[in-house]
Design a protein around this ligand. Sequence first.
Ligand SMILES: Nc1ncnc2c1ncn2[C@@H]1O[C@H](COP(=O)(O)OP(=O)(O)OP(=O)(O)O)[C@@H](O)[C@H]1O
Length: 235
Amino acid sequence: MTKEYSSGPSRVLALRGIEVEIQPGELTLLVGPSGCGKTTLISIMAGTLNPTAGQVSVFGTELTQLSKKEVTDFRAKNIGFVFQQFNLLPSLTAAENVSVPLVINGWSKAAAIEKSAAVLKAVGLGDRLHSLPSQMSGGQQQRVAIARGLVHEPRLLVCDEPTSAVDAASGHAIMQLIRSVAMQPNRVALVVTHDPRVFDFADRIITLEDGRVQGEKRQSVDPQLLQTKHEVVHA
Ligand SMILES: Nc1ncnc2c1ncn2[C@@H]1O[C@H](COP(=O)(O)OP(=O)(O)OP(=O)(O)O)[C@@H](O)[C@H]1O
């Protein structure tokens, strides 16, 4: 797969012939220096960006063959995306922001808010259900974004730097949560990170460099790491 960005005369070849297969039931990390193409790759896998050439198959569905509306519908049902910049809607409360994927999937507002409240509790924000993004710290907003990515129990969860704005204990709890999603059969979690504190949570680490896969390693995750419960307390 390749991806070239062009604006006017300038062109950037962000992905230079990448082939990656992500295994179900695993947590895969994408790492590499700034500008190597990580965000571009996960955006293509999540259907928010088209490759310039090549194919993207998600659970057997070829995204490049779908119409725009079909991609939107497929994404709504199957994909959760946690953006680097959070992308929360500023006029909605935390619970309302989290409920958006459920409402898009046809849930009633009341049921969607109830489920959203439960997921916000799981990320340590049970007391901030009615807060607007502007009333929350960066770390709290990041956790709202994670709750929104998880709430509809997507088969593919894609996260861009999910622990960048939180302390070590909260980062640990967030990775446990993401991992618990990834470990279910037929589910996948793909996480872009610069944060070495989360490397131990991954089954597989893929390193990109200059738009190519530079290397990858598999590792077993220490069960102890997943059992030690941390509360999400600080932002
Ligand atoms: N919309 C865009 N238009 C033009 N060039 C872009 C665009 N988005 C990304 N790029 C370029 O593509 C390359 C890959 O960018 P990308 O954001 O995928 O890298 P990254 O590994 O996620 O970086 P970071 O770790 O800093 O987020 C970079 O050279 C970047 O400048």
